[in-house]
Design a protein around this ligand. Structure first.
Ligand code: SF4
Length: 359
């Protein structure tokens, strides 16, 4: 049975949905990959990554057999690398425990690395046509406006009200269309700022619009300002090769390669910081020479300014991976084959293009 609400929503969706590479062919594997990519990434950004991923890993078996470096390399640039590591790990679990098939049941789906309640319900509804609502922050924002909720959507009570509303409206047998329609409405019309209510198929059902409070709902929690860290990194040369280090498996940028270095301590100069970090991480005394550049990046919980320098070992020696999984002396033309975070890739580009430390 459908309600007036869901009839209007589904009609609008049929007429306005975007053509997306995972939409017309909702095979479970494609739906899973797209949902993980879209967790922190906009559709337009995700599309080329999705196509590249599917070309390289066309099915679960291929993904399970790949090595992690290759997986991270295909993901490079999308950020939140735990998503790629979890996809890879989950593919292995699916091969071992689920006979190579993504399970249909949301509880079993949630037992896989990287799949929470939203993603499990999205896959169960879109790929397996099961009747589960998929509530993420976008859909919660739309519902909060429809019911003029006076709470932040992260509030426990708010979640309960949103949940109840969506279960009442969910049309039996059409959860795949319903969930995607709400996602699309949140992306195209009921956007976080300045929703385009005049184009909205649900305007006559929307309490926020009737109260002219669509720009105040949902209530926002003031953001804390992010801590700012100053960091140094050494591009260490020996025999026209440069030293790169693989970060520990778990944690920020886990498994990616970097130019070693670390955080500036109170009252420390940039050079002292770099000398200390390279000793602590590699047991490697170096001479620091020219500066390569200054790089900025904002992560979810902090921002960094990184100062990169050319360095040369004081004497011929073998550094030790005291804080890393592995170390490698790379030729410049090999750097492209090692997955790196944004700043390290920028440094790699700079030294490759400008031969900056070789002159
Ligand atoms: S009428 Fe406006 S606020 Fe209400 S759901 Fe539609 S776009 Fe969102």
């Amino acid at each position: 049975m459908t309600s007036v609400f869901s009839d209007k929503l589904l009609t609008w969706y049929q007429q306005n949905k975007r053509l997306l590479p995972w939409r017309d062919n909702p095979q479970p594997y494609l739906v899973w990959i797209s949902e993980i990519m879209l967790q922190q990434t906009k559709v337009e950004t995700a599309i080329p990554y999705f196509q590249r991923w599917i070309d390289r890993f066309p099915d679960i078996a291929t993904l399970a057999e790949a090595n992690q470096s290759e997986v991270l390399q295909v993901w490079e640039g999308l950020g939140y690398y735990a998503r790629a590591r979890n996809l890879h790990q989950a593919a292995k679990v699916i091969m071992e425990r689920f006979n190579g098939q993504l399970p249909e049941n949301p509880t079993k789906l949630r037992s896989l690395p990287g799949i929470g309640e939203y993603t499990a319900n999205a896959i169960a509804s879109i790929a397996f046509h099961q009747n589960y609502p998929a509530l993420d922050s976008n859909i919660s924002r739309v519902i909060a406006r429809l019911i003029a909720l006076d709470l932040p959507v992260s509030d426990k009570n708010a979640k309960q009200q949103i949940h109840e509303f969506v279960w009442v409206q969910l049309p039996n047998g059409k959860a795949d269309q319903f969930n995607q329609a709400l996602m699309e409405l949140g992306a195209l019309i009921c956007t976080p700022r300045k929703p385009n209510c005049n184009q909205c198929p649900l305007i006559s059902e929307c309490q926020a619009n009737q109260q002219n409070r669509q720009n105040q709902i949902p209530r926002r929690i003031p953001k804390k300002s992010l801590p700012h860290l100053t960091v140094t990194a050494g591009v260490i040369w020996q025999d026209r090769r440069v030293l790169i280090a693989q970060r520990p498996q778990n944690g920020l940028l886990g498994g990616l390669w970097e130019f070693p270095g670390g955080k500036l301590e109170k009252d420390e100069s940039l050079h002292s910081c770099l000398l200390r970090e390279l000793n602590e991480e590699l047991n490697l005394p170096v001479n620091i020479e020219k500066k390569i550049g200054v790089y900025y990046h904002a992560y979810t919980h902090f921002k960094i300014t990184l100062h990169a320098f050319c360095c040369y070992p004081v004497s011929r020696s073998s550094p030790l991976p005291l804080n890393h999984q592995a170390l490698y002396w790379a030729e410049l033309n090999e750097l492209a084959h090692f997955p790196m975070g944004k700043i390290d890739r920028q440094i790699a580009h700079t030294i490759s293009k400008e031969s900056i430390c070789l002159s």
